[in-house]
Design a protein around this ligand. Sequence first.
Ligand SMILES: Nc1ncnc2c1ncn2[C@@H]1O[C@H](COP(=O)(O)OP(=O)(O)O)[C@@H](O)[C@H]1O
Ligand SMILES: [Mg+2]
Length: 326
Amino acid sequence: MKIAFVGKGGSGKTTLSSLFIRHLVAVGAPVVAVDADINQHLGAALGLDDAEAAGLPAMGDRLPSIKDYLRGSNPRIASAETMIKTTPPGQGSRLLRVRENNPVYDACARPVKLDGGTARLMVTGPFTDADLGVACYHSKTGAVELFLNHLVDGPHEYVVVDMTAGSDSFASGMFTRFDITFLVAEPTRKGVSVYRQYKEYAQDYGVALKVVGNKVQGQDDLDFLRAEVGDDLLVAVGHSDWVRAMEKGRPSAFEHLEEADRDSLRTLQATADVTYHRRDWERYTRQMIHFHLKNASTWGNARTGADLAAQVDPGFVLGEGFAATA
Ligand SMILES: Nc1ncnc2c1ncn2[C@@H]1O[C@H](COP(=O)(O)OP(=O)(O)O)[C@@H](O)[C@H]1O
Ligand SMILES: [Mg+2]
């Protein structure tokens, strides 16, 4: 299952992603955690110290080799140079799974020990001004999009992406890559306006969107969120002393997280799990082609000097029937 946490900066995306990842690992689920947030803090939120976090390999730096591996022997993709972030897999492409070892994980993922097990962590790498807005060919999140578009994931295995709700994710189609999107919103007008904007994009593409209220203090906050987002409000998380202690560098065992928050995390997992029956690999493939053609005509063809529409393999549908090709 592919799950995104989005929202305004400072709303608590990274905090809630990290708690959800800890929860999944604690219940024994396989997890790939991906930091695609503009502020790269997921490693720290998962307990890595500064040196460990700084030592994580950046997916953005490894784009050429990721592309080379994923295109495999696909005859429609002549070279890594003509592969853009939206280039869809086809016959001959190499596909990825959550539970396996592959060269992409070898290059980009590092194990992070958590209570009860280990998560694989991948990070896009730090964003610069040049990455914002104009991010096309060298897009940092492009590596994540390629990963998601070549991933054949099943139930009870999880890819959790901590992600900025920026224009890049809307232009590329990244926002359509998830079984469910958790929009983290504080009970403020700004928090709610990010929700409205996201909802508008999401509606046209059948994106499952739920709001996770954060830093909710008392009934008035809850009433506000309920009035603004209605039934899209899934859970409301309050101030957590466990999170605060962790921020002070005094982490305690995950089992000591406040019971109400543990309950919210169980609800998030249950909500993600029930979206599995809505899986539609044909639609998933169709949407990636839609956004690929859009990116090809707006900048990709010009940038690569190739007709990128020809990369689409009309007979190919990504899905669980495929075995990973080594
Ligand atoms: N439920 C919470 N309880 C206590 N502190 C929180 C909570 N949610 C977020 N914070 C704190 O708020 C700050 C911003 O959260 P963060 O997860 O980094 O936001 P984002 O990733 O959306 O920018 C951090 O210092 C974090 O520890
Ligand atoms: Mg963050």
